[in-house]
Design a binder for this molecule. Structure first.
Ligand SMILES: *Cc1c(COP(=O)(O)O)cnc(C)c1O
Length: 389
């Protein structure tokens, strides 16, 4: 068998075939549709007797390059690219679930995904049960005859908890459930869930994949048969990624490894700084030995990611003073950007959850989430230090 090329090589060298102009870097195909040679070509194309582009809601060369690259990075058979991470999440579930199906989800998930499960899926009689990461032995008790899939994120947002992907994968396999991981916080560079038994991997391309805060994007990759169902649903419902954004994303992925290495290096230093600071109540980062799942994080991930969670002594009031004192870092709702960003999950990303729901997933009112960027780490730490003073 041909040896797979290394991750970084695929990131740079996975490219469309060259056009007549012999360009070095892939061109943009900003076209909504593609032309047919004649009546027979038109018929055969629509009958799917040919593997070709017809209309950019179905496929486009730039989306295909992006998908191909992410599939190689994740070790996936196939994929589909979406206009946002939430379009990927919604379309994946909507394509695979029937009226009356049941989802088994980790309790600690992205805020909008949680809202989708609690406020919208009940319209189609799709129910969700939640498990906590320290209750993996309880999961099997939550499985019902209607349970169709297991869903989780690791590291979680915003608490950077780590779930045991291999254990979850084994449970899914035993009960013949589809196992889906939102791998956005790790990026394909740090963690490849398919190797731990995931059937599908979802990403918000908006975060580390683009990494420069320019575009919204999403992608689902994994098992070819499941992706085919997602493709058939999505080419009709139209959440497809634009060719322009696909081009941006594919360029961004060329530098994913070097960027994420630096994000992680900076984040670990920030976490170490916070850990010894007298004004800090607690700090969590997957690659700090004090993290409760440190060993598991080391097993599953290449490094700890860009997000550090902490709380300033004095709770919410002290946290608010911290936000008002930050000078360089941005107060924004994104993460994985080259610019460091501080967020207050309780009043932003997870504000739609009740405070009891937040407490259950470990989001205290004073919790601060830092997405550590690519500025020099001395300047990031200096900004945090002066804000803490
Ligand atoms: C941001 C995010 C999403 C949603 O992605 P969008 O591109 O904002 O739609 C989904 N899951 C996780 C873990 C995220 O961080």
């Amino acid at each position: 068998m041909k040896k797979r090329r290394e991750f970084e090589t695929e990131a740079v060298r996975t490219q469309l075939g060259r056009s007549q102009y012999l360009e070095h870097s892939s061109p943009m195909y900003l076209t909504s549709s593609f032309v047919f040679e004649d009546a027979e070509d038109m018929r055969a194309s629509f009958a799917e007797e040919k593997d070709r582009n017809i209309y950019s809601r179905y496929s486009n060369p730039n989306s295909s390059e992006f998908i191909d690259k992410v599939c190689k990075m994740e070790g996936a058979e196939d994929g589909f690219a979406f206009a946002s991470g939430m379009a990927a999440v919604f379309s994946t579930f909507a394509a695979l679930l029937e009226h009356g199906d049941h989802i088994l989800s980790a309790r600690s998930i992205f805020g909008s995904t949680h809202t989708l499960f609690t406020q919208f899926f009940p319209k189609w009689n799709i129910g969700t049960s939640y498990f906590k990461l320290d209750e993996l032995d309880e999961i099997e008790n939550l499985i019902t005859p209607n349970t169709k899939l297991i869903y989780a994120e690791s590291p979680t947002n915003p608490g950077v908890d780590i779930l045991d992907l291999e254990a979850l994968g084994a449970i899914a396999k035993k009960h013949n459930l589809i196992f889906i991981i939102d791998n956005c916080f790790a990026s394909p560079y740090l963690q490849q869930p398919i190797a731990f038994g995931a059937d599908l991997v979802i990403h918000s391309g908006t975060k580390l994949m683009d990494g420069q805060g320019r575009v919204l994007a999403g992608i689902t990759v994994g098992n070819g048969e499941l992706i085919d169902k997602i493709y058939r649903f999505s080419r009709i419902t139209g959440p497809s990624l634009s060719p322009f954004n696909a081009w941006v994303l594919s360029k961004s992925l060329e530098t994913l490894g070097v960027r994420v290495d630096r994000h992680c290096e900076n984040a670990l230093k920030v976490a170490e700084f916070l850990e010894q600071h007298p004004r800090i109540d607690w700090v969590k980062y997957p690659f700090l030995p004090s993290h409760p799942q440190y060993e598991l994080a080391k097993k599953q991930m290449k490094a700890g990611g860009c997000v550090v969670a902490f709380e300033v002594k004095g709770g919410l009031g002290a946290g608010q003073r911290f936000f008002d004192s930050v000078k360089m870092m941005s107060l924004s709702a994104n993460l994985g950007d080259s610019r460091s960003i501080v967020t207050h999950p309780a009043s932003t990303t997870h504000s739609k959850l009740s405070s009891e729901e937040r407490a259950l997933v470990g989001i205290s009112d004073g919790m601060i989430r830092v997405s550590v960027g690519l500025e020099h780490v001395n300047d990031i730490i200096a900004d945090i230090a002066q804000a803490l003073e």
